[in-house]
Design a protein around this ligand. Structure first.
Ligand SMILES: [Zn+2]
Ligand SMILES: [Zn+2]
Ligand SMILES: [Zn+2]
Length: 234
């Protein structure tokens, strides 16, 4: 309370007080700091615009405590009301909304925070970093190699051909019976040629010729022959 009274005496000399750049009202000294360690007292306009970002502030009160037999409420800090205004990340310059309304001011977008944390961790663990980089490079080459196998007209393929095609591309070689078993266990595609894909693809004698031809056509388009010894060495 004493603090508030002191503030009102300063208010009488309004001439030297700054103007809020967000709403144009005079900013007067208010109790409590904007965040821990910030210079005080904080100057706030009557609309309670945050001096640092223009977001609206509200005093957060501690639960009532009993002092000298009296219940007193004490505001401990200012908190931002949601939604906080969008701001630009100083690192990547993309607009973002701060994630924590109580601590929005050491500012950076969540992506830049994650990158910073990652950099710090790598600097502190040089050995693990090498291992980590090696593994991620390996994963990247595997992804690129997988993506390069798709033919240029892949988007126009029918869905059933795509499901079979992906199974064929996932490994260097898969035989027809193994392919049938995988298709049955995935339950993505019902076999139109026999009870199960495994049965349809089990061989030219007992299986379905139409099923084998259908899969053979897809194999041809992807360069994935059914017989292992037919694979061209690259
Ligand atoms: Zn204002
Ligand atoms: Zn703010
Ligand atoms: Zn950023």
């Amino acid at each position: 309370m004493a603090e508030l009274q002191a503030n009102s005496s300063i208010n009488s000399s309004q001439g030297s007080l700054p103007i809020c750049i967000y709403c144009g009202r005079v900013r007067k000294p208010a109790p409590y700091r904007i965040r821990h360690g910030a210079p005080g007292p904080v100057l706030l306009c009557e609309n309670r615009c945050c001096p640092e970002c223009g977001g609206k502030l509200e005093a957060r009160l501690h639960p009532a405590t009993v002092r000298n037999g009296k219940r007193v409420m004490r505001a401990s800090y200012w908190t931002h009301l949601e939604p906080m205004p969008l701001r630009n990340c100083p690192k990547c310059n993309n607009p973002y909304r701060p994630a924590y309304k109580r601590f929005p001011h050491p500012e950076m977008c969540t992506r830049c925070y994650a990158l910073q944390r990652d950099r710090k961790w790598k600097a502190a663990h040089p050995e693990q970093r090498k291992e980590y980089d090696k593994r991620s490079a390996k994963r990247r080459t595997a992804r690129v190699r997988f993506a390069k196998q798709f033919p240029p007209d892949w988007d126009d393929w029918a869905l059933d051909s795509k499901i079979i095609g992906i199974e064929l591309l996932r490994q260097e070689h898969i035989s027809n019976p193994d392919l049938g078993e995988r298709l049955d266990s995935s339950r993505l595609l019902k076999c139109p040629y026999a009870d199960t894909w495994e049965r349809a693809l089990c061989g030219p004698k007992r299986g379905s010729k139409r099923a084998i031809n259908f899969v053979g056509e897809i194999r041809k388009r992807l360069g994935k022959p059914a017989r292992k010894d037919f694979i061209r060495s690259i």
